[in-house]
Design a binder for this molecule. Structure first.
Ligand SMILES: [Zn+2]
Length: 318
């Protein structure tokens, strides 16, 4: 018997097959068909599963279940993907039913940050911990909560939308339709936006140089800002201080609420490592209640892009 897990993204589909113990036997990364209908993408996913089964010498009948994680709001009561920021054509789609029919096997869907949280808790940076807050900071911000060794999903499976915690009453409009969300103030997109502003208003020559160098691919990126800050650029340092300050504000609220023993930070921005974590720890300490940060560990995720599929394999009922 084999299990499948798929991380369905807007640009990539990452598929793995595991044995009964959850050990990954084969994996495959393919590009998500652009602007395709859910039905077409579902067939792509099925093809990936078939290809991997063939690779390990298995047959479709041996596939017992498939877990799929995806960005967006997956309603566990209606079993519909209400909205996904990366897959516009998947709005209000009965995703589990559609994939179950297409694959011919039981499919379970989960929000991608929830899946990554389970992955890091089961086999990554938070292994052996009981109460964990996982945050992914990349183009957006997502979160997953492990409370008392269980994924906390809320009443409809929509818990963990930390990226949309309001932190700035004067903030910019967010993809969710509200404004001043943690995501609009502290994500990789926010860091890049502030840096692009500083570059074009003549505030920083170093940021302008990065911005011009990457003009053809959308301009300066968050990692460039961390690099510039390290090289001593004061504007870059100010941007990092501001965005980590907002991130700390959102995280401090969650610390005071849930009293986790560990916070794990994943996502593209976490690749900055200590350049992100050091100021973040400092600002969290100055925001959260001291008794709750005394025994708290804040560290980087360790599974990288594997966290989602590992989480989905872990959520399989065996
Ligand atoms: Zn929002």
């Amino acid at each position: 018997m084999f299990y499948g897990a798929i991380d369905l993204g807007g640009t990539k589909i990452y598929t793995v097959i595991s044995d009964e113990q959850g050990k990954i036997l084969a994996h495959l990364r393919t590009a998500t068909a652009k602007d395709a209908s859910p039905e077409v993408v579902a067939l792509q996913m099925r093809d990936s599963l078939d290809a991997l089964l063939q690779e390990i010498g298995g047959v479709p009948d041996q596939l017992t279940g498939v877990g799929v994680c995806v960005a967006g709001y997956f309603d566990r009561i209606s079993r519909r993907l209400v909205y996904s920021p990366n897959l516009q054509k998947w709005e209000d789609i009965p995703i589990e039913g559609l994939l179950t029919e297409c694959f011919g096997v039981s499919v379970k869907v989960e929000n991608d940050a929830n899946a990554a949280a389970v992955g890091e808790w089961a086999a990554g940076a938070a292994k052996g911990k009981k109460d964990v807050l996982y945050l992914t900071v990349s183009t957006g911000i997502g979160a997953g909560l492990i409370l008392n060794n269980r994924l906390y999903r809320g009443s409809r499976g929509l818990a963990g939308e930390a990226g949309h915690i309001p932190v700035n009453p004067d903030g910019v409009i967010c993809g969710c339709g509200r404004s001043g969300c943690l995501e609009t103030e502290a994500s990789g997109t926010a860091i890049a936006r502030l840096a692009a502003q500083a570059a074009t208003t003549g505030e920083s020559e170093m940021l302008l140089a990065y911005h011009q160098k990457k003009a053809s691919t959308g301009g300066i990126e968050a990692q460039d800002v961390f690099t510039a800050a390290k090289k001593g650029d004061e504007t870059a340092q100010r941007i990092i201080h501001r965005t980590t300050g907002y991130l700390a504000m959102g995280i401090a609220g969650m610390i005071n609420m849930f009293n986790p023993e560990m916070i794990v930070i994943g996502g593209g921005v976490s690749q900055a490592g200590e350049a992100l974590l050091e100021p973040l720890r400092e600002q969290i300490k100055s925001r959260a209640i001291p008794a709750l940060t005394e025994h708290l560990t804040i560290k980087r995720a360790s599974l990288g892009t594997e966290s989602g599929v590992i989480g989905m394999l872990n959520l399989q009922e065996r």
